[in-house]
Design a protein around this ligand. Structure first.
Ligand code: CP3
Length: 367
């Protein structure tokens, strides 16, 4: 909504020419940063920006269950646009959830307020796995429609599509809901490695299909959320998780849209997460960006990484901490930094503090 001229014919980094509707965002600060090109300012958006910290969100969601709201294209459009209007962020994140494709292939899943996804019949045996069928574009017509509506409305502001990574989705499916220690997940990973490999491989295909739908409808970039993978040691990640995440990145590589890979508590996994195939690696607040840049290695962009809890401190402190993030990112030596929080916006956060932070990042990073 805020950027310069539209370029509807240009090709993306390595891929085919962008479809005309996605091309409008080609020269946005966000996509330029993804391509390591010079930017007018460091682009900024927030994970979970479309949600409960906004009163206008609570108002339009009133009486509509979470997963049902994800299937109403006009509502998805409105909720996705709300933070863009309010905060002037440099990208929109598609309003949906990582369990939407699971629901679409017939898994009995609900999102319970204050808890998260709850699965009625967890998947723990080879027999259970048979219930997880492939995702077809026809299973999610409301996604294609909502992305199309959004891309037309957003114009020069890019839309980020997303999906859950195989490990994080597997942890919900096996545990039956959110879990602190991932006992059942790890029991399968260590004790039934063949069943585990089959499960994450099937999830990789579902996730790839879900991302393809969003990209083909016009999303400008995609983020793979592996929120809970920080529970693993590097060797286990490499052996049991990385192949399925790599399969997802490979499946969408030919589109040439930037691919972001994010997890929480992944300091020891950053190098491997880069190797898994993403163009940009998301970093939480525990590792400074200059250290993350060394771990991830050359050629990759970084996204992050202000501690979300800093937003509860006085404005001056927020600005000092945000400046530290910008300074640490200078170690990248290029424009390949996207400012974000180290994890998502919290429901109790003051929306005005987020708006002020966006303005500050733009001003402090103006080139
Ligand atoms: O703003 C955005 O980032 C776009 C929308 C988005 C949602 N979920 C909407 C949502 C995105 C990108 C997600 C991803 C997601 N969902 C992740 C990965 C991101 C992360 O934070 O690590 C995970 C782990 C989930 C699973 C999930 N869904 C959880 C843990 C919860 C929170 C449960 C709660 O109420 O505390 C949800 C529900 C959910 N997804 C909400 C929103 C706006 C809140 C539901 C509501 O408003 O009733």
């Amino acid at each position: 909504m805020s950027e310069t001229t539209a370029d509807t014919t240009a090709a993306t980094i390595d891929g085919p020419p962008t479809p005309a509707r996605r091309g409008a965002a080609h020269d946005s600060a966000f996509l330029r940063a993804c391509r390591h090109e010079p930017v007018p300012h460091t682009p900024v958006w927030f994970m979970r920006q479309a949600g409960r910290s906004l009163p206008e969100y609570l108002k339009v969601r009133e009486g509509i269950p979470m997963l049902e709201s994800c299937m109403r294209p006009e509502l998805v459009k409105e909720i996705t646009l709300q933070p863009v209007r309010r905060h002037q962020v440099d990208a929109a994140i598609f309003f949906s959830d990582i369990v939407v494709p699971l629901k679409a292939v017939g898994i009995d899943v609900d999102i319970k307020p204050g808890i998260g996804p709850v699965i009625a019949d967890p998947i723990r045996t080879a027999e259970d796995l048979k219930r997880l069928r492939p995702l077809e574009p026809d299973d999610v017509p409301y996604i294609t429609e909502a992305v199309g509506l959004l891309v037309d409305e957003l114009g020069t502001t890019p839309l980020i599509g997303f999906a859950g990574a195989p490990y994080t989705l597997a942890s919900y499916l096996i545990e039956g809901g959110p879990s602190k220690n991932h006992e059942n997940t790890k029991a399968m990973m260590y004790g039934q490695p063949e069943l585990w490999a089959a499960l994450v491989d099937r999830l990789a295909d579902i996730t790839s299909a879900f991302l393809k739908v969003q990209i083909e409808a016009g999303a400008s970039a995609v983020q793979l959320f592996d929120s809970w993978v920080g529970a693993l040691a590097p060797d286990d990640y490499r052996r049991s998780v990385m192949p399925s995440s790599t399969k997802v990145f490979d499946a969408v590589a030919h589109y040439g849209v930037p691919r972001i890979h994010f997890g929480v508590g992944t300091g020891e996994l950053l190098g491997l997460m880069g190797q898994a195939g993403a163009d940009i690696v998301g970093v939480d607040w525990r590792v400074p960006l200059n250290v993350a840049a060394e771990r991830v290695g050359p050629g990759k962009g970084l996204q992050g990484n202000l501690d979300p809890a800093v937003l509860y401190a006085p404005t001056k402190v927020v600005e000092t901490k945000a400046r530290e993030v910008l300074h640490a990112a200078q170690a990248l030596g290029t424009s390949g930094h996207i400012f974000n929080l180290g994890h998502g916006v919290l429901p109790s956060m003051d929306p005005d503090a987020l708006s002020r932070l966006v303005a500050f990042v733009h001003e402090a990073s103006a080139r």
